[in-house]
Design a protein around this ligand. Structure first.
Ligand code: AMP
Ligand code: MG
Length: 297
């Protein structure tokens, strides 16, 4: 049965209030085995599509993941990308910008990581942080060295949305296809996952005191995300709000979204020309002789 992921897509121009978007959806799998089987099926097909992408070199695919802390970005990337040839895919994680990065415009550091045609690029966080965490904590703008940023002025955010929409339009016009995924979890689910990070020694490294502090700003984040998705979901570079309280279900939905994005490209292996067929036949004739390719004495 084909899963329809349209209901997770943010239509261009629609106003997003995230309190109305579910963090839990009816599961698309019936059991753990069924989940494993579906994921394998999707990932296998994505892998086959990636080979076509690589062979045809006509498109680049950029997948952007955003989420609140513990939203499952890392594990979604890991699960969805297992089975994909690592040569055709690169993951970039964006942390708080370095001093060097802060000397540039906010899009600069991401530009250097964009995938070339034939490749998949995955952004684990992205330039969207600059209208999310920075919007929730506008004092961070001061550290960005902009000339006299007006922290009380909404213009800076609208200008950034515009820069983003224009960049993505430009990328689309130059054969990069962009899929943007917001893994949507509830505050309660985040509490449980952060507790797990404390209680599981192997996960301890993932948690910082700031992660707990940031929870106070949850409503501000939801508003910042809502405004961002409203302003930047376009027909060509849509946002998907993926219910992610159930990690497995979230991963299946993400895989299906990616798969659909690939299928929409209608990728084909490059056609051979008559000249190339003649060349192949000549090479074949040479190899067909036993002992061919003997080194010269
Ligand atoms: P993590 O993804 O959990 O390793 O955390 C990375 C941290 O870097 C998060 O707290 C992000 O909010 C932060 N971060 C990423 N990009 C930016 C940015 N442009 N400005 C400020 N903080 C950022
Ligand atoms: Mg973190």
């Amino acid at each position: 049965m084909k899963m329809n992921v349209d209901r997770f897509r943010v239509a261009q121009g629609s106003r997003v209030d995230l309190t109305k978007w579910p963090t839990l959806a009816a599961p698309v799998y019936e059991s753990e085995d069924h989940y494993a089987q579906l994921l394998q099926e999707y990932v296998g097909t994505i892998n086959a599509q990636q080979q076509l992408l690589n062979a045809s070199e006509s498109f680049a695919v950029l997948v952007i993941f955003q989420a609140m802390d513990a939203g499952g970005k890392d594990s979604a990337v890991a699960h969805v990308m297992t089975g994909i040839n690592p040569q055709g895919c690169r993951v970039t994680s964006f942390k708080a910008p370095s001093d060097q990065e802060l000397k540039h415009d906010f899009l600069w550091r991401a530009m250097r990581e964009l995938p070339e045609r034939g490749r998949i690029g995955i952004f684990n966080r992205s330039y969207y942080e600059d209208v999310l965490v920075v919007r929730v904590h506008p004092e961070k703008l001061r550290g960005e060295g902009l000339s006299k940023p007006r922290l009380d002025d909404n213009r800076v955010w609208h200008e950034r949305y515009r820069s983003i929409v224009e960049l993505e339009r430009h990328l689309h016009a130059n054969s990069t296809r962009i899929v943007k995924i917001f893994l949507h979890i509830s505050k309660e689910e985040q509490r449980k996952r952060l507790l797990q990070r404390i209680d599981t020694p192997e996960k301890n490294w993932k948690i910082r005191p700031e992660d707990i502090e940031e929870r106070r700003f949850w409503p501000d984040y939801m508003k910042a995300y809502g405004k961002c998705l409203t302003a930047t979901s376009t027909r060509r570079a849509p946002w998907f709000v993926v219910p992610a309280d159930d990690k497995r279900n979230g991963r299946l939905i993400v895989s299906r979204i990616l798969l659909d994005a690939f299928l929409a490209l209608d990728l084909k292996f490059p056609k051979t020309t008559p000249a190339r067929r003649t060349e192949l036949a000549a090479m074949r004739a040479q190899l067909a002789k036993p002992g061919s390719g003997k080194s010269r004495a």
